[in-house]
Design a protein around this ligand. Structure first.
Ligand code: RAM
Length: 899
């Protein structure tokens, strides 16, 4: 069988089979696989039709590109007739291989949302605000004072009749707050914490579910439970509810559209005919936790036959739908379950369960034989202190759930509208033994599909990679947050920009970040300042250097990594306005003014990188990237102006901060890293500056001093400038401060601070001590990029021109990684055995690669047993310093080389 070129991984607007698409001209994309070397698509064809069977009937096609040359970026914009509202479209991509012969094809679909304002008839509804009762706030241990009480989670229901066969039914639904939807007693969909968190003033996404199978003839019931969530709950570190930010109580909006087989349509929308009552959730809050009283269960409330005469009519609150938008991102879902690894008794009715992993989500607890009214309390912590929960670092977040039993033989409690960051859970109120299998950690995350894996021979580095992945899991929940446990959980911009390259290795985060970028752009102020956090709450200053700059860096990163030009188009004006904001207030181009909170190289250790050095370096970087973005978008004058500005900032930087011997002011690792990574030095000073950097690392006994910003550049810059040995030394360093120090002390996630816990000092100040903060995990990009070796050429986009540079070194005897890129799967790895290094790589169809084979004897390098000159798809490009560089066409290759 001839292995053929095959498309797979079809997406529309960065999502697989999106239901509820809002883009009028969505972008279609596919990845490619092939077993043959040198495969590249000669042409493709796209067809779009209303029904799958119509794809084969030329007369019924809505759009047909016919045979066209492969696109420059991996996206093709739909250019057929205008898309209808609430309609499903089927599409097929067909490929022709390098010889021009027809190759594989694949089919997918997308479905539009409600595209026009007059498609909506729903109104915002909720319990009558005057009648909402409030529960006592949680005051566990009296650790904090609450200024506002928490309200019960209301239930809403609407009974309606279905007459005749249903062909298709969709529900379009969202909430100000959080909602869980059901139809006829069955939960609809698997979204958690819907509709997620956006700047609700500007954008509130609605979700779409196919409920055709849930309806039946006769009476039907649609029901919803609401919770405060980010809308009206406690968010951030103000220790007050969100009333000041968004609203005071949750509200609901839904529209069920039922299409009958006979062509008739029935719409059931939220209005005054809905009824509202109270259920078992006494309150639920993201930071405080949830209280569930099973005695209050309104059994059968969301199914036909329930007597809702005791319920009140829902209040119609308003009809403002201006913020409604189609969802452009994947929802939060349950992505994993962790059974407890141990449950240890602590006194009469108290236990501490260990999930073995610092995680984010909630606990599912099975309870047996509790008497009616018995109360169980769950408290959550990331760490233990002397065998008991370490709670102080949660600050005012209570992170405490309560369950009041109904008295059934077996009851299962799992909170629904709260989320905690924890490894340990203390369960009080359960007399007698509690079994480990009765305690399960339920992991929630924005469902960004896994994209890559990194593996190597060293268990500590393997654990580091696991800690990075778990940091990503725990903090990619609706928005990229700094931390998941304390009263903060905000979308801090610098954390996001340093970690994005790593995140994009592990998962497909294109849609996740593109969506969040809209809140970053939306939060820009009239002067052009980006914020420190998005959605913008709690922290209202102008963005600090490196924080605000994320508004420029992230769109560029998304373009480079995914080829997403649209995110550049939509962010460009904001990027340029930010650069202009900094320039306007700093005419001498040294960024001293309008620096917001200026966090410097946040949480650097034992040193102080001069703030002006850091700020000015970022200013230069933003000007440079804005110039590049302008060039991509064809804005020639803008490109030239920003390139000129970049040159001038660079000159000012050198003038102000660089000595003739290559020393950079402050002399810290981060000062050198910024100057080198952001290309701020005249060429002749680069080796000297790199030498000063290396000398500092050596002088400190091979220890780092970098904070959030410097750390992302540390190993990459050392490696780039000939000090891979030092980068490996830092990777393997187990003394304080280092990544492995935390691992040696049991870390299963990346800590916020190098000194979160130390042998000498124990816990750092509880004021700011998260054990799940991804920023210092930005080294993950280097693990994939240089240790295993997957990178792209500096001018390449979407990994089309791969640069594969496996770096043999450190304690490793092998390392390998693979990664889904927009063109397909890339892999690169090496293994050293008896002085011979084996290098295996995969290059997807449509991409090419330059591979640096590490070797001491270029002439002895073999591919598939053949001299490289004889190997198919391989061309020798050059030879230097222990490397044989070869150019590769797509395909799988296996090299061996003496080292
Ligand atoms: C902390 C956050 C975040 C950081 C800012 C400066 O409160 O945790 O990680 O970006 O401060």
């Amino acid at each position: 069988m001839v292995p053929s070129l095959t498309p797979y991984g079809l997406t529309c607007e960065l999502l697989e089979e999106p239901l509820g698409l809002g883009e009028p001209r969505p972008r279609l994309s596919w990845r490619m696989a092939s077993g043959a070397r040198g495969e590249a698509p000669a042409a493709y064809r796209l067809r779009v039709a209303a029904r799958p069977e119509d794809l084969d009937d030329p007369a019924r096609l809505l759009w047909d590109t016919d045979l066209v040359e492969p696109p420059e970026t991996p996206y093709v914009r739909y250019d057929g007739p205008p898309l209808q509202s609430g309609a499903r479209y089927h599409w097929r991509v067909s490929l022709w291989d390098a010889t021009g012969a027809p190759a594989g094809e694949a089919t997918s679909w997308f479905e539009t949302g409600l595209l026009h304002a007059d498609d909506w008839s729903a109104a915002w509804i909720g319990p009558d605000p005057a009648l909402v009762a409030v529960a006592d706030p949680p005051r566990d241990d009296d650790r904090t004072e609450r200024t506002r009480p928490l309200a019960p989670c209301p239930l809403l229901r609407r009974a309606f009749r279905v007459e005749g066969a249903v062909a298709r039914a969709r529900v379009y639904v969202t909430a100000r707050g959080l909602y869980e939807l059901s139809v006829n007693g069955r939960r609809v969909g698997d979204h958690e914490l819907a509709p997620g968190w956006t700047d609700y003033h500007e954008r509130l996404p609605y979700q779409v579910h196919d409920v055709t199978e849930l309806l039946r003839e006769g009476e039907n019931v649609i029901g919803a439970t609401l919770a405060d969530g980010w809308w009206s709950g406690y968010v951030g570190f103000d220790a007050r509810r969100q009333a000041l930010h968004y609203g005071t109580a949750p509200q609901f909006l839904a529209q069920l559209v039922v299409d009958h087989a006979d062509g008739s349509r029935r719409v059931v929308a939220t209005d005054g005919a809905w009824r509202t009552g109270q259920g078992p959730v006494v309150y639920s809050d993201l930071l405080m936790g949830e209280r569930h009283d099973a005695r209050l269960a309104a059994t059968g409330w969301d199914a036909p036959g329930f007597d809702d005469r005791g319920w009140a009519p829902a209040a119609v609150l308003d009809r403002d739908l201006s913020a409604l938008t189609a969802a452009t991102d994947r929802p939060v879902r349950v992505v994993a379950e962790l059974p407890a690894v141990s449950v240890a008794p602590r006194g009469d009715d108290r236990h501490i369960a260990d999930l073995g992993q610092n995680m984010v989500g909630r606990v599912r607890l099975t309870l047996r034989g509790l008497r009616r009214g018995a109360s169980v309390r769950l408290r959550h912590a990331e760490m233990l202190d002397d065998g008991e929960l370490y709670l102080d670092n949660l600050r005012t977040a209570e992170a405490t759930d309560h369950y009041v039993a109904a008295g059934e033989p077996v009851e299962v409690f799992e909170p629904r509208f709260t989320v905690h960051g924890f490894r340990y859970v203390e369960i009080s109120g359960v007399p007698g033994p509690l079994r480990a299998e009765d305690v399960t950690g339920v992991v929630l995350m924005s469902d960004t599909p896994a994209a890559g894996e990194f593996h190597c021979s060293d268990p500590m580095v393997t654990q580091l990679q696991a800690n990075i992945v778990w940091g990503q899991r725990g903090n990619f929940v609706a928005v990229p947050t700094d931390c998941p446990q304390r009263d903060e959980r905000l979308g801090w911009l610098a954390d996001a920009q340093v970690f994005l390259p790593t995140a994009a290795r592990n998962a497909d985060v294109a849609a996740f970040f593109a969506r969040w970028m809209r809140d970053v752009v939306g939060a820009q102020d009239a002067d052009g300042a980006f914020p420190d956090v998005a959605p913008k709450i709690c922290v209202t200053d102008e963005g600090a250097p490196a924080w605000g700059d994320a508004g420029v860096i992230i769109p560029w990163q998304l373009y480079r990594l995914y080829g997403d030009v649209r995110v550049l188009e939509r962010s460009y004006d904001a990027m340029a306005a930010w650069v202009e904001h900094v320039r306007r207030h700093n005419p001498d181009l040294i960024w001293r003014h309008r620096v917001g909170k200026h966090y410097g190289d946040w949480l650097q250790i034992g040193v102080e990188t001069p703030r002006e050095v850091l700020a000015t370096a970022y200013f230069a970087r933003s000007a440079q990237l804005t110039a590049q973005a302008a060039a991509v978008l064809g804005r020639k004058d803008d490109a030239a102006a920003h390139a000129e500005l970049h040159r001038s900032i660079r000159e000012a930087f050198v003038e102000a901060f660089v000595e003739p011997d290559g020393r950079v002011a402050g002399g810290t690792q981060t000062a050198y890293l910024l100057a080198l990574a952001f290309d701020l030095l005249p060429g002749h000073l680069v080796p000297a500056a790199a030498g000063h950097l290396a000398a500092d690392v050596e002088a400190r006994g091979q220890h780092l001093t970098t904070g959030f910003l410097g750390v992302s550049l540390l190993c990459p810059v050392l490696t780039e400038h000939g000090h891979a040995d030092l980068a490996y030394a830092l990777l393997h360093q187990e003394d304080f401060p280092s990544w492995c120090y935390s691992i040696r002390h049991g870390a299963t996630t990346i800590w916020e601070r190098w000194d979160g816990w130390t042998e000498e000092g124990g816990f750092q100040s509880a004021n700011m001590n998260s054990f799940n903060h991804y920023a210092l995990g930005s080294v993950g990009d280097w693990l994939y990029g240089r240790v295993a070796g997957i990178d792209q050429d500096s001018g390449s986009v979407a990994y089309r021109r791969l640069l594969l540079r496996p770096t043999v070194g450190g304690r490793l005897s092998w390392a390998r990684a693979h990664q889904e890129t927009p063109y397909g799967r890339v892999a690169c790895g090496w293994r050293l055995e008896d002085g011979v290094v084996a290098v295996e790589v995969s290059v997807p169809p449509g991409a090419t690669a330059v591979l640096h084979v590490p070797t001491s004897d270029a002439a002895a390098v073999r591919e598939g047993g053949l001299p490289v000159e004889a190997a198919e798809g391989v061309r020798v490009a050059g030879e230097w310093r222990g490397v044989l560089a070869v150019e590769l066409a797509s395909g799988d290759y296996a090299f061996t080389a003496p080292l």
